[in-house]
Design a protein around this ligand. Sequence first.
Ligand SMILES: [Ca+2]
Length: 490
Amino acid sequence: MSSKKNEVEDRNRESGLSRRDVLKMGAGTLGGALAAAASPGIVGAQEAAGTGTRRPNFLIIMGDGIQPTELSIAGNPIIKTPNIDRIGREGVRFQNTFVINALCAPSRATVLTGLYSRRNGVIDNKQRHIGTGIPLVSDHLRKAGYEVAFCGKSHVAGGLREYYWDYYYGYLGQKSFVNAPIAEGIDGHIGGDEVVEGYSDDVITEAAAGWLEGRREKPFCMYLFLKAPHQPFIPPRNLATLYNGVKFPVPETFDEDLKGYPGKPRAFANCDNHIGTDSTGVSTLEAMVKNHYASTVGLDQNVGRILEVLERTGKLDDTVIMFTADHGYFLGEWHFMDKRLMHEPSIRIPLLVRYPKMIKPGTVNDKMVLNLDIPSTMLELAGLEVPDSMQGQSFVPFLKGEEPGSWRKDWYYAFYEYPGPNMVPKNRGIRTERYKLMEYWEYEPKQYELYDLQQDPKEVHNLYGDPKYKDLAESLYKRMMELGKEAGEI
Ligand SMILES: [Ca+2]
């Protein structure tokens, strides 16, 4: 047992709680119980600077690889996600939200720091730490009097254990869906990893719920970063047969592989993320979608568990709740699984925000919002200054139902993990409200895709090389390079 663990145990004894008591209570209640025992005179309600109002709590819930259309609130005819839907129904649903790098660790690092991949240092999944000295949003909030918590999967090297957390319940790397080794931390001290029996997302949610249950006066920021519905798409046991026998729609591009991917470059056709190959281990579309959906339902139930705690303890309406994902997911488009490419199924994520003190229930927003924008938004909501170094744009005006003075018309994307799993070549590009230009910039020779998303939202007709679109391709390329340089990615 580590000395940190001993310290935690010592504090348990001081507070009259044995480890067994704590586990019986649900690990997460420990933070609250200890806080009550150790600090009788807890600081009063914190106020947002100059506003006279209490700063909001934050709960940022992240799933792993979800298409926005996988939610019933987005009209999915099969899957039912009532709890996630509730966040959008009682808040806002952003319909055009994207990631700037469609991969687990980079995306999570961006949501934590407000920085593009090269700026925060986590350009791929290869065990990279967030750069030394780069604060997380939670560090800024903590300075302003927040209690901060991280629960679940960060995927960045070190599992965020070098940061201060009032409560921590997380694991290193990817880990398994069942019986994962998890470390718990309280008041900045993190214990050793111990295998905790059960479905890991449920175990983690239960710990998070326990900590939230015990909260007192200070505002809090909790990241609840879960693993479902990541490959190998293992749903909780009780949901394993939920979609047995259900017929799933087949994407219209599912058989493009049989046609030789007309119009697509080799860099795209040769990606090794095809359903039905040994390398992906995914046998059929049906098997993948069935378990992906069932896992997402499990995720939804965990969202419900957390909402129930917040509601019962009177914190629901004081908390800004965001639900999002670290990237989208190919569910058979072009016979693909996974993500990484800049095509719409891969870069689009759900983003739903509930905060009834500001957001009119049932709001739907169509502007291009990025995962990069979440940190600036959180800081503005907390009444704090957004550091110039942060690269996103606060979408608070949209939460208020207002039009911001200016909003992005285009943005830069880049994916770097090559060679790597699924052998998707490095690809980068620009997406405007209407067009997308992609470049496989290290492919020999360089290859391109160009789409008119207004005419061709499914990205079937690659316009690159068509003389009619030569000028457009050139101007998009020029702008892509400008944006990439501004972002520090080129
Ligand atoms: Ca992921």
